[in-house]
Design a protein around this ligand. Structure first.
Ligand code: C5P
Length: 221
C-alpha cells in the first residue's frame, strides 16, 4: 500500500519547499496540488474567461484538460497537453487560482486527479484540503503555518529572487486576503483537521521543519 503524507496550510508557510524536501528524503513523489488550480487558472486566462464569473468558469473548464506528469521525480503540469509549469508561477495566476478554487465545479474536477496519484505512489501531497477532503485517510497529516508577516517576507524575497518587483506591504496585504478567502470559502475551506500535527515554521529553517516531520514519520511506515 502506498504511504501518504498530507501537508496543508496557508500560502507562504513553506509547504512546497518542505514537502519537496521531505519527499526527497523519503523517496516519495511530491505532489503540489496548488499547481493544478494554477493550471486551470492558466487555461482560463488564455481563453479570456474572468475568474470572478463562476458560471463562465464552470462552463469553460469542461474544455480544459489539466494533468500531472512526473519526470525523474519532478512534477510537471500540463494544460491541454502543453507544459505550463513555469508559466503558472505568477501572482496573477496565484490570485486567479485562489478565486476559482472557491467553486465546487473546480474542486470536483481536480479531486480524482489528486487521489489517483496517491493511490499509485507513496507521496507527500501539499495543499489546503488534503487532510480534510482529498486524503482523509492519509498516514500522516501536518498543518504547516507561520505568521502572516513571516510569510509575506518570504514571498517578497521569492519574487525578488525571480527578478519580479515586489513590495512587502502589498504582498502582506495579498497574503492576508488570500488567507481570508481560503479559510472562509464554503467548499473545502482551509482548516487544521483534528488528527493533523501543527507545525509553526515562523522561527524555524527548512531543515528544522523537515527534521521535525521526519521524526513523526520514521517508524510509522
Ligand atoms: O499553493 P498555491 O499558492 O500554489 O495555490 C494556489 C491557490 O490554489 C491557493 O491560494 C488556494 O486558494 C488554491 N488551492 C486550493 N486547494 C489546494 C491547493 C491550492 O484551494 N489543495
Amino acid at each position: 500500500m502506498p504511504y501518504s503524507i498530507a501537508i496543508d496550510g496557508p500560502a507562504g508557510a513553506g509547504k512546497s519547499t518542505i514537502a519537496k524536501a521531505l519527499a526527497k528524503s523519503l523517496g516519495y513523489y511530491y505532489v503540489d496540488t496548488g499547481a493544478l488550480y494554477r493550471g486551470l487558472a492558466f487555461g482560463l486566462l488564455q481563453k479570456g474567461v474572468p475568474f470572478q464569473n463562476e458560471k463562465a468558469v464552470e462552463e469553460e473548464i469542461k474544455g480544459i484538460h489539466v494533468e500531472l506528469l512526473y519526470e525523474n521525480g519532478v512534477q510537471k503540469v500540463l494544460c491541454n497537453g502543453v507544459d505550463c509549469s513555469a508559466l503558472i508561477r505568477t501572482s496573477e495566476i496565484g490570485e486567479g487560482a485562489s478565486v476559482i478554487s472557491q467553486y465546487a465545479s473546480v474542486r470536483e474536477k481536480l479531486l480524482d486527479l489528486q487521489r489517483n496519484v496517491a493511490r499509485q505512489h507513496s507521496c507527500v501531497m501539499d495543499g489546503r484540503d488534503i487532510g480534510s477532503v482529498v486524503l482523509p485517510d492519509a498516514n500522516k497529516k501536518f498543518f504547516l503555518t507561520a505568521s502572516p508577516e513571516v510569510r509575506a517576507r518570504r514571498r517578497t524575497l521569492e519574487f525578488q529572487q525571480k527578478g519580479e518587483s515586489a513590495n512587502y506591504e502589498s504582498v502582506l496585504e495579498e497574503v492576508k486576503k488570500r488567507d481570508e478567502r481560503d479559510m472562509s470559502r464554503a467548499v473545502a475551506p482551509l482548516k487544521q483537521v483534528e488528527d493533523a500535527i501543527l507545525i509553526d515554521s515562523s522561527g524555524l529553517n527548512i531543515e528544522e521543519v523537515v527534521d521535525k516531520m521526519l521524526a513523526y514519520c520514521v517508524g510509522s511506515e
